[in-house]
Design a protein around this ligand. Structure first.
Ligand code: S6P
Length: 541
């Protein structure tokens, strides 16, 4: 994540061009944040990128007067709690959402985030902004070189993401737009961009706006340029990352064991916290269904204070169903209703008041009638103690007091993300959802995941051509041995059919490796409870 300045010929986060670009956007953001005119800063993305757009807008609206920040996310606020992978393919919806939140605004700083430079929703928005540069200043944040941006057709449009990114790159060289696309290296779980990609997204967004918040300090500080300040800020994340893993590894490993025990006993993991840390826990839970084929009940997130604290644009949307109940009181109710037979893990993140101490408490709990108030559930206590004083002093002269506070909060939030991500990822690995670093049991719920699934099938069945792998995927999606019956359906139809189904990709892998019929593949898989073991034994036998 925090690699040296270049990786081959690609630029990494600490490359001076990337730092200059972040600094330039921070300067523009500062003008927006201090201006009294009717302007807006809009952050946007799909899936994790959209959730982190929300999170950043939420954090900075707390410290910048005038509610300058807003966000758009594919699928709307529903997507903050349940994965809505299909709307990510809808570039028109992206444009409409952007028009809705920027109507009546004079100037808009628009930051479109797509980790893989792939989401049509964001591509549509960026292209729209580039057509209207008198109003919009577009910025693209992502972690691929432009020549590797997604080049597959976007439904109902003549452009691909790569076309849009290429246009933006050209305009960036003319100083009209901005492109922040460091290469940050592959994900530990292939394609799981919520992890490293998500973390670097936070680092970049928070750095931009924290610098902007403290611009008055930079302009009065003759000895330091804004690029030097940006580098110093990025180094604090690097240092925090080192401190975090040095202090947290052993506690994380115990928590992963606890959490995986819960899964093995058909129980759940509940992430709870307050403020930004809780938002991280909710985001983490939301990502598990598309990534690991988890159910909505396997991991859930809750926030102390519920919707009053969460502060999303659509407000309290509990009426949408059980999985939109996010308050800690809702959790208490849920636990009461679940009775005694479950062995859930409740991860309660509690921050100590001192910035030097960072405390995490977790436990595997047996329920009883008297344990209905959250704190009394706690059985295992893990303390992760990190001394952030050195980090704090390294930015003390660069930031205003509110900038320092915001920066420390953001360091704590990113540590919370690392905790929640490690536990949910580790627990799913322990129950066999990952094979050779591939999330083999993913949901085939949008175009990106459809194409990724074909790649995964080929990875485990190396003798298959792309066409053959696609055929097996379609056979698995439709539960048929006659691919000709379904081949001519649109990708959209394939995705609609596949989305509610389980084990689509594992079934296709078994069919492809054994060259067997659909029913036989299902029968072979049904002999195994754990997907990794099933595939390891079936595919290699
Ligand atoms: C990834 C996560 C997905 C992505 C989403 C957007 O771990 O499950 O929801 O965030 O597909 O991807 P991108 O590349 O546009 O940021």
């Amino acid at each position: 994540m925090f690699e040296p300045r270049t990786c081959g010929k690609e630029k990494t986060l600490f490359n001076s061009d990337i730092i200059d670009e972040i600094s330039k956007v921070a300067e523009i953001a500062s003008a927006f944040m201090t201006s009294e005119s009717n302007n807006a800063i809009v952050l946007s993305g799909c899936g994790t990128s959209g959730r982190l757009a929300f999170m950043t807008a939420r954090s900075f609206n707390q410290v910048v007067p005038g509610q300058k920040f807003s966000y758009t996310i594919a699928g709307g606020d529903k997507a903050l709690f349940t994965s809505q992978e299909a709307p990510e393919d809808d570039r028109n919806a992206g444009v409409q959402d952007l028009i809705r939140v920027t109507g009546g605004k004079e100037k808009v700083l628009f930051i479109g985030i797509s980790v893989g430079l792939s989401a049509p929703y964001v591509a549509g928005q960026l292209d729209y902004c580039m057509d209207k540069l008198d109003k919009y200043t577009p910025v693209l944040v992502g972690f691929n070189p432009v020549n590797l941006a997604r080049n597959i057709p976007i439904h109902g449009w003549e452009k691909t993401f790569r076309d849009v990114a290429t246009r933006l790159e050209k305009m960036t060289s003319q100083g009209k737009t901005f492109l922040i696309n460091p290469v940050v290296g592959g994900e530990a779980i292939t394609g799981s961009s919520r992890m490293k990609g998500g973390s670097v997204t936070i680092v970049i967004l928070q750095t931009i706006f924290t610098m902007a918040l403290s611009a008055s300090v930079t302009s009065s500080n003759d000895s330091m340029t804004s690029s030097e300040m940006c580098k110093a800020m990025l180094e604090t994340y690097q240092k925090t990352c080192q401190l975090f893993y040095a202090s947290a590894s052993s506690a994380l490993s115990s928590m992963i064991t606890n959490a995986s025990e819960s899964f093995k006993q058909e129980s759940s993991i509940y992430n709870v916290g307050s403020d930004g840390s809780a938002v991280m826990g909710i985001i983490d839970a939301t990502e598990c269904p598309p990534t690991y084929g988890a159910t909505l009940d396997d991991i859930r997130g809750f926030i102390l204070g519920g919707y009053d604290e969460f502060n999303n644009a659509e407000g309290d949307i509990r009426c949408m169903g059980e999985h939109f109940k996010i308050g800690s009181k809702d959790l208490a109710e849920l636990l009461k209703s679940r009775g005694h037979k479950y062995k859930d893990t409740i991860i309660v993140l509690i921050m100590a008041s001192s910035v030097n101490v960072f405390v995490e408490i977790s436990g595997l709990f047996e329920r009883s009638e008297k344990e209905l108030a959250l704190p009394t559930y706690l059985t295992d206590v893990f303390v992760i103690s990190m001394d952030l004083s050195e980090v704090k002093s390294s930015v003390a002269s660069l930031l205003t007091p509110s900038g320092i506070k915001r920066h420390i909060d953001s360091l704590i939030e990113i540590c919370s993300k690392w905790i929640f991500n490690a536990i949910s990822t580790g627990a799913h690995i322990c129950i066999g959802k990952v094979l050779h670093n591939y999330m083999v049991d993913l949901k085939v719920s949008n175009r990106k995941l459809f194409h990724r699934s074909i790649g995964i099938i080929q990875r485990f069945c190396p003798t298959l051509s792309e066409t053959e792998a696609t055929d097996y995927l379609l056979q698995s999606i439709y539960g048929t041995d006659d691919v000709e019956l379904v081949k001519n359906n649109s990708i959209q139809q394939h995705i609609q059919q596949a989305t509610p189904q389980d084990r689509v990709v594992p079934t296709a892998i078994v069919m492809g490796s054994k060259r067997c019929l659909y029913a036989h593949a299902c029968q072979l898989l049904s002999n195994h409870h754990v997907i990794r073991e099933a595939l390891s034994s079936i595919v290699t036998s």
